[in-house]
Design a protein around this ligand. Structure first.
Ligand SMILES: Cc1cc2nc3c(=O)[nH]c(=O)nc-3n(C[C@H](O)[C@H](O)[C@H](O)COP(=O)(O)OP(=O)(O)OC[C@H]3O[C@@H](n4cnc5c(N)ncnc54)[C@H](O)[C@@H]3O)c2cc1C
Length: 297
């Protein structure tokens, strides 16, 4: 049976490459100073959705909410195998906390019509709340399987999945439609295919036409570029708040009940240190001590 899947992906600042300018004096992330990357666990979510499509048929639509530049993760999704992509971009989405983000994403999913599976990463490496997946499921009135590591069985209207927990795994069964938040141990995301990279090289949103024309002036005018992309199904749709039928007061800052009150910089310093003999006996004694203190077990 073919399944219609949606994957929610986020473009995030690469927090593995922190430089001195990574934070603003106000304590917020200086996004301009960090390279933007595909949120790592969203690649695992995309891979899980692609595997479902490859095994059972159906289609995979990838949605991201972000500024015009977030189209980059949508192109990357096309290179890796997604069938359709959508960018949610509108000034009215700006300043959203997780509630307003999940509201906008749930409106976009509803616009797609009947959906069997929604895949999210477990957590984004910048906001780090792991709230967006569960909140989106709530707003869609869908059951959710968090920390999903594998789909054990997908048959008709139900799914059996393995969840990765701190001290083991859990197998759960759930009816469809359902939302899964996927962990990094789930799979090895497939790389971008060279054939698809060539095929979707020019895939773009209308918000990128100016920069595209600056790079490839031979396209001529924005109208000519638009016709070229439309004809080849390379135009990435951009949905605004109006397009997804969202209530404005539930979006962006007005729709965000949480406010950042204060940001503290925490510097972790070792308070105690111990020198251990680099011998088997020295290491054995250290391990015993750590076990006695319940630090390792
Ligand atoms: C009080 C507060 C104020 C904020 N103000 C701002 C602000 O002014 N400007 C700003 O840019 N950010 C702001 N943020 C951050 C913003 O709310 C989060 O980036 C966003 O809600 C996602 O939360 P997260 O990063 O914790 O994602 P998580 O909940 O950790 O993400 C889990 C998964 O949800 C999906 N997901 C998350 N975000 C998106 C997305 N945008 N598109 C598609 N899928 C997604 C992905 O699959 C991801 O792996 C604010 C956050 C808070 C708490």
């Amino acid at each position: 049976m073919p399944y219609k899947s949606v994957v929610l992906v986020k473009q995030v600042p690469d927090t593995k490459n922190i430089t001195g300018e990574a934070m603003t004096p106000e304590g917020t992330i200086n996004r301009a100073a960090l390279p933007a990357v595909f949120n790592p666990e969203d690649l695992n979510a995309l891979e899980m959705a692609l595997e479902v499509r490859d095994r059972h048929g159906g289609e995979v639509t990838v949605i991201t909410m972000g500024p015009p530049g977030a189209a980059e993760v949508l192109r990357e999704s096309l290179f890796r195998g997604a069938d359709k992509v959508v960018l949610l971009s509108d000034r009215r989405f700006a300043g959203a906390d997780t509630l307003a983000t999940s509201y906008a994403l749930s409106c976009a999913i509803k616009k797609l019509g009947q959906v069997d599976l929604v895949f999210c990463g477990r957590q984004a490496i910048d906001g780090d709340t792991a709230q967006v997946g569960p909140q989106t499921a709530e707003k869609l009135d869908m059951p959710q399987i968090t920390y999903a590591e594998a789909i054990v069985k997908l048959e008709g209207g139900s799914i059996i999945a393995r969840r990765a927990l701190d001290h083991g795994t859990e197998i759960v069964k759930c009816s469809l439609p359902c939302l899964l938040t996927v962990v990094s141990s789930a799979n090895e995301p497939r790389p971008a295919s060279v054939r698809r990279r060539i095929e979707y090289k020019f895939a773009a949103t209308s918000l990128e036409y100016k920069s595209l024309l600056a790079r490839w002036p031979s396209f001529g005018t924005e109208e000519a570029l638009d016709a070229f992309l439309e004809q080849r199904a390379l135009k990435i749709p951009v949905w605004t708040a109006t397009d997804i039928g969202a209530e404005e007061q539930k979006l962006g800052l007005p729709g965000s009940p949480t406010q950042v009150y204060k940001v503290n910089f925490v510097v972790l310093e070792g308070s105690e240190s111990k020198v251990v003999d680099p011998t088997s006996d020295g290491i054995k004694a250290l391990i015993q001590e750590l076990m006695q203190e319940y630090i390792v077990g």
